[in-house]
Design a protein around this ligand. Sequence first.
Ligand code: SF4
Ligand code: MG
Length: 338
Amino acid sequence: TKHFPVRGRLRDLLSRATPRVHAVDDVTLTLRRGRVTALVGESGSGKSTVARLLAQLYPRTAGTIRLHGEPVTVRGGRPFRAYARRVQMIFQDPFASLNPVHTVRYHLTRALRVHGNAGRTAADLDAALRALLERVTLTPPDRYLDKFPHELSGGQRQRVAIARALGADPEVLLADEPVSMLDVSIRLGVLNLLRDLKERLRLAVLYITHDIASARYFADETLVMYAGRLVEGGDSETVTQRPAHPYTRLLIDSAPDPDRITGAGRAAVAERGDGEPPSLLRPPPGCRFHPRCPYAMPRCGADLPPPLQVGDRPGHWAACWLHDPATRDAQAGPTALA
Ligand code: SF4
Ligand code: MG
């Protein structure tokens, strides 16, 4: 859980309660090695905040992070450093995350040194640098080592950012919209590289995206986030082919072509006039989707739906009252969604 206090407003001075943005509430997820988990939602749904919480870039308001079952509690000091090595983040904009005055060699050397992977001799370091560039298919390495970020294409820069993350020899990769700033034509190549690395290095990958079509293509498991909460989860094929939450359905219907990785889905959601995600300063009570939901029932505005198993599909769940057996028995119609 992450709530951000909103400061500097007159109303803070007048009332004792500081308003808080409920960016992430009660999100629980498990990343496993050798598996890509997609976290899908519109912009502002809190998905980047989840990644930053996991990367320990933000302190959390409540909750626990466990690595191999052990709670990670210390920021600074040894537990935190070990965690930072194992959990690496890749950002949306590789141009912003690479320093323009430094070469590829500098960025990768630094990552290797910080995490103790540079070896002892200059030859060790050289071999490690070449291995990193080969892992991200920037070959031959000599062509790239002494280039500056502006001398590379967007796709090459993102590969350098991935190589830098791999320099830590991580177990977990948190990838926040890693291809959404890249040309459509090269997105697939970067996603295929990440998938290949997941398999070869047995990485646990959290893939954050607003593009549910790319989740279907790339992720083993898909989680859908709306207004700071998870609303649906399951294996990607099931969630994207047989969505059980009305919001997931909306996301899929809004994506113009489910087989293309375009990123146009979010714009389409906004254009449909189906409403906007709610303000997270005062989230709606009950199900946060109820003001936009075509299936909303009276209880939806009052009671928060827990994750409910969808029909008899193990591992597929939706936080929606339509999947409460009591609701299903009382209403003959809406189960068409399942
Ligand atoms: Fe719609 Fe109710 Fe389900 Fe929320 S709980 S998605 S309002 S039917
Ligand atoms: Mg974001």
